[in-house]
Design a protein around this ligand. Structure first.
Ligand code: AMP
Length: 288
C-alpha cells in the first residue's frame, strides 16, 4: 500500500505526445504552467498557485525557437534540465512535459497568428515576430493539453496581456496572472539573470529601486490635469537620461501604459511603468 502511494505521488515525465494523451486524457481540472526552463522562484510561485487552484498541475519545459528573433539568444538561453527536474520533483508537480521541436511543429497547418498594428508596442516593436511565436506555440500546447487554467507571470506583462486576449477569443480557458517574484535587492527574477555577474546584479537591483520610486512620483502626478501629464512625460525622459548615465545601460523603452488596454491613455487610470534595457549585453524587462 505504502509503495503504491509512492508510485501514485510520483511526478510523470512525458516526452511523447502519445504518452501525454494517455497521462492526461481523464484530467478535467488541470493547471498548465508553460516555461522555457532555467527554473527559479518565479516559476515555483506560478506552480504553487496552480497547485492551490487546480487538482493537477502540468509544467512544460520548451525553449521555443520561433519566439527568438536572435539566433545567438536562442543558443545561449540558459538550460539546466537536471536542476529543473529536481525543483519540479521537490514541488511534487504531477506532470512534466518535455517535447522536442519536431513534435510541436509537426502540424504546420495551424492558422498564422499576426499582431494588429496597435499591438506592436513595447517588446513587440523591437522583437519582431516574438509574440507571434509565443501565441503560436501556446496555441499548439493548449490543443495538446486542454488545460482548465494557464498560469502566467506579470513579470512578462505584455505576454500575459496578449495571451489572455488570444485565449479568451479562442478557448474557454482562464489565464491566471501571478505577481512578479523579486530578489532581495528588488530586481525581478529571470532565467537570464544567470548571465549577469555580481556587479550587474547589484546594478539591476539599484535600477529596480529607482524605477519603483519613479512609479510613486508618477502616481502622484496621475490626474486628468494636462499640466501634470506633461510633467510626467518630462519626468520619464529625465529618469531615462539619469539611468543611462548613472548605470551605463542601453534603454530600449521606458514607458507608462494603461493597465487594462496597454494604450498610452493613462490619465486618471491605473497604469504600469514598463522597461526593457540591456545590461552587459543581457536584455532585461520589468514593470512596476
Ligand atoms: P519563461 O520560462 O521565462 O518563459 O517564463 C515562464 C513563466 O514564468 C512566464 O509566465 C513568466 O511570466 C513567468 N515568470 C518569469 N519570471 C517570473 C518572476 N520573476 N515572477 C513571476 N513569474 C515569472
Amino acid at each position: 500500500m505504502f509503495y503504491l502511494l509512492i508510485i501514485l505521488l510520483q511526478m510523470k515525465l512525458i516526452r511523447q505526445i502519445t504518452d501525454l494523451n494517455k497521462a492526461i486524457h481523464k484530467e478535467n481540472d488541470l493547471g498548465f504552467v508553460p516555461t522555457m526552463g532555467g527554473l527559479h522562484k518565479g516559476h515555483e510561485f506560478l506552480i504553487k498557485v496552480s497547485q492551490k487552484i487546480c487538482k493537477k498541475t502540468l509544467v512544460s519545459i520548451f525553449v521555443n525557437p520561433t519566439q527568438f528573433n536572435n539566433k545567438d539568444d536562442y543558443k545561449t538561453y540558459p538550460r539546466d534540465l537536471s536542476k529543473d527536474l529536481k525543483i519540479l520533483k521537490k514541488l511534487k508537480v504531477d506532470f512534466v512535459y518535455l517535447p522536442t521541436v519536431n513534435q510541436i511543429y509537426k502540424n504546420k497547418r495551424l492558422p498564422r497568428i499576426t499582431l494588429k498594428k496597435s499591438q506592436k508596442i513595447l517588446c513587440a516593436r523591437s522583437r519582431k515576430g516574438h509574440f507571434e511565436g509565443v501565441l503560436d506555440v501556446l496555441n499548439r500546447f493548449v490543443k495538446l493539453i486542454s488545460p482548465k487554467m494557464i498560469f502566467m507571470g506579470e513579470k512578462d506583462f505584455q505576454q500575459y496581456f496578449l495571451v489572455k486576449n488570444f485565449i479568451s477569443q479562442n478557448y474557454k480557458i482562464k489565464v491566471y496572472p501571478c505577481k512578479t517574484i523579486r530578489d532581495k535587492n528588488g530586481m525581478a527574477l529571470s532565467s537570464r539573470n544567470i548571465l549577469l555577474n555580481r556587479t550587474n546584479l547589484k546594478t539591476a537591483g539599484l535600477i529596480a529601486n529607482k524605477l519603483l520610486k519613479l512609479k510613486f512620483s508618477l502616481l502622484k502626478k496621475n490626474s486628468l490635469n494636462n499640466v501634470n501629464a506633461k510633467k510626467s512625460k518630462k519626468l520619464i525622459q529625465k529618469s531615462k537620461k539619469m539611468l543611462i548615465n548613472k548605470f551605463n545601460i542601453k534603454i530600449e523603452y521606458l514607458e507608462c501604459r494603461n493597465l487594462m488596454t496597454l494604450t498610452t491613455n493613462t490619465k486618471n487610470k491605473p497604469f504600469k511603468l514598463f522597461i526593457a534595457y540591456y545590461l552587459n549585453n543581457v536584455r532585461l524587462i520589468d514593470n512596476f
